[in-house]
Design a protein around this ligand. Structure first.
Ligand code: NDP
Ligand code: 8X3
Length: 252
């Protein structure tokens, strides 16, 4: 049966590939992000699969904008089956003593507070669904802390804690909560982290067989295909060439 799915951060990377996969499988989508031109292009692409698509352009850091965009959804969207909290970023990569406070604010406001604002606002719609599911995109950086990763790792550790907390608090409502923790995958992530330095971003993924956003989308989608009484609580996936945050086969 067709589900109604909202994906934050659908203009790039995991979010965009996941939206395409859900659309190919006949599910209706709300796609969000800050870049309207990308949302418009993706909406047309998804609609060609014959599904309903609503594009909402807002910044998850902006509580008022989140509420304004999501509090008044059109009639078919009064019940939502799946929320995928994917919007997120790393900004900067340096020793904590050299860190830029505006980078820290951006990561915490997006990865932690944004995820909470969206979840809170979408909750009434999830409550109306028969078998709702929240998927939070964490990271291997939410399981381990690596050199110069400090605040990004902290923000993803917060996602880990929030996912565990949601799973307890939402038990009486029967809402599934899955945290998916990818290792390195080549998206716009590193370009954003290095403030637009494409060469530096490319080097992160050179020399090993890195995951693609489509690989991660497959796994996200899979977690939504299980029976109502089965929930994948926590799933870490990496390229076969990556053991953890510290080792890829290019070093060995
Ligand atoms: P991309 O940079 O390719 O995509 C990030 C998406 O998040 C974009 O659609 C962007 O949209 C959106 N976004 C970022 N900030 C905001 C904001 N303030 N408000 C609304 N939307 C926002 O990166 P990925 O696809 O790699 O990242 C997706 C998630 O996966 C993130 O949470 C990231 O931390 C996590 N992750 C990434 C890994 C990787 O190696 N790539 C590994 C593990 C986890 P727009 O700019 O249009 O607003
Ligand atoms: C992104 C993966 O290893 O760059 O969350 O932190 S990593």
């Amino acid at each position: 049966m067709a589900k109604r799915v909202i994906i934050t951060g659908a203009t790039s990377g995991f979010g965009r590939e996941t939206a395409k996969l859900f659309a190919k499988n006949g599910h209706h989508l709300i796609i969000t992000g800050r870049r309207q031109e990308r949302l418009t292009a993706l909406k047309a692409e998804l609609a060609s699969f014959g599904v309903e698509v609503l594009d909402l352009c807002f910044d998850v850091q902006d509580k008022t904008a989140v509420e304004k965009s999501l509090n008044t959804l059109p009639a078919p969207w009064q019940s939502i089956d799946i929320l995928i909290n994917n919007a997120g970023l790393a900004s900067g990569m340096s020793r904590i003593q050299d860190g830029d406070i505006s980078d820290w604010d951006k990561m915490i406001d997006t990865n932690v507070k944004g995820l909470l604002y969206v979840s809170k606002t979408v909750m009434p719609y999830l409550k109306k669904a028969n078998a709702a599911h929240i998927i939070n995109i964490g990271s291997t950086a939410g399981k381990e802390v690596y050199l110069n990763g400090n605040v990004y790792c902290a923000s993803k550790h917060a996602v880990d804690a929030i996912s565990k907390a949601m799973r307890i608090d939402l038990l009486p409502l029967g809402i599934k909560v899955t945290q998916i923790c990818p290792g390195m995958a080549e998206t716009e992530f590193s370009e954003v982290r290095f403030h637009g330095d494409k060469e530096k971003a490319k080097a992160v993924y050179n020399g090993f067989d890195v995951m693609t956003p489509a690989d991660v989308a497959e796994v996200i989608y899979y977690t939504t295909t299980l029976p109502k009484h089965v929930c994948i609580n926590d799933l870490t996936l990496t390229s076969t060439a990556q053991a953890n945050s510290f080792y890829t086969d290019r070093q060995l």
